[in-house]
Design a protein around this ligand. Structure first.
Ligand code: NAP
Length: 291
């Protein structure tokens, strides 16, 4: 079985590439240079000529500031390209899986959100990703749209969680935002869910993330430091300063405050997800091997 994978050099795509091959898929992973997703003709041709049984889109412009600096590029890559893939899959009959984000959600109210929660993005990134969701669903109702959040667990692409350990080991001062809440997700769990859902008849939006109460970056960082100390990567637990979202002057684009998701539909299907604490601990143990 052939799988066409966009974004295979990214944090999630890299892990999915490895796990899909291990599961017996023959993976064709065009690079950015092979197929620039700003060019919808190239995207359509790549899908139509691939002969793939399944197409997975892990590519995106996921930096909020990068999207704000070039909204047209964000729209082309995050909305037009996935819509083009969906249309091309309608022609070929391939299964299509597209990744989206918790940043499409309205982030005003505390608490974990199910798949039916209201969407109201507040950034150009969030708007472009929501547009991508809507266009994919319209072009190909059988497509799977998987919303993920705070991806970690790929040591080759350190996330905030792994980076805090590198900073702690370099004795740099540590701080983390304590009043913004979401859910960490291990890239391996995303890949596992993708590979499990492809053979099913499921469609539409799924929340793919860890389980439990919403957590802040500060809590994730505390858990990461604790796990690193237990793994022998740190001799002492360094101080960690809590920051407020409104004081984070290094963000040029607004971040939604409460976008933690609940993987309700996955749980209904019997697909288990780890707790947020297990996800952070596992990410640190994986990065310990590569330090
Ligand atoms: N990272 C997170 O915490 C997070 C949170 C929520 C949702 N998400 C969503 O999850 C998905 C995967 O995110 P990720 O963090 O794994 O991705 P990532 O590490 O940022 O990788 C993005 C991928 O997209 C490719 N790409 C970017 N622009 C391209 C273009 N014009 N043409 C072709 N390829 C292009 C990149 O290739 P090059 O590197 O070669 O440019 C790279 O392979 C995305 O849909 C993202 O929106 C991520």
């Amino acid at each position: 079985m052939q799988l066409l994978l966009f974004g295979a050099t990214g944090r999630t795509g890299q892990v999915l590439h490895r796990m899909a091959e291990a599961a017996g898929w023959s993976v064709y992973a065009p690079s950015h240079a092979d197929c620039n997703m700003e060019d919808s003709r190239a995207v359509a041709q790549t899908v139509l000529q691939s002969g793939a049984h399944a197409v997975v889109n892990c590519a995106a412009i996921s930096g909020l500031e990068a999207c704000a600096d070039n909204p047209l590029r964000a729209h082309l890559v995050n909305a037009v390209a996935p819509a083009t893939m969906a249309l091309a899959c309608r022609h070929t009959g391939a299964r299509f899986v597209h990744l989206s984000t918790d940043y499409v959600l309205a982030g005003h109210k505390a608490g974990a959100k199910t798949e039916s929660a209201k969407c109201k993005p507040i950034s150009i990134y969030g708007e472009s990703k929501r547009e991508g969701e809507l266009q994919v669903a319209e072009a190909l109702p059988s497509a799977l749209i998987l919303r993920v959040s705070w991806i970690c667990g790929n040591p080759a692409h350190p996330s905030f969680v792994e980076s805090i350990i590198h900073k702690a080991r370099a004795a740099e001062p540590l701080s983390a935002i304590a009043d913004k809440f979401s859910m960490p997700t291990d890239a391996e769990d995303i890949a596992r869910v993708i590979l499990s859902l492809i053979p099913t008849r499921e469609s539409g939006i799924f929340h793919v993330c860890s389980t439990g109460e919403p957590v802040s970056w500060h809590t994730c960082a505390q858990w990461a430091l604790q796990a690193a100390a237990e793994a022998g990567l740190l001799t002492v637990l360094p101080p960690l300063t809590p920051l407020r979202l409104k004081d984070a002057a290094f963000f040029r684009e607004p971040r939604p405050q409460h976008t933690a998701m609940e993987p309700s539909r996955l749980l209904t299907l019997g697909i288990r997800m780890p707790s947020a604490h297990q996800t952070i601990t596992r990410a640190i143990l994986k990065s310990a091997v590569s330090i």
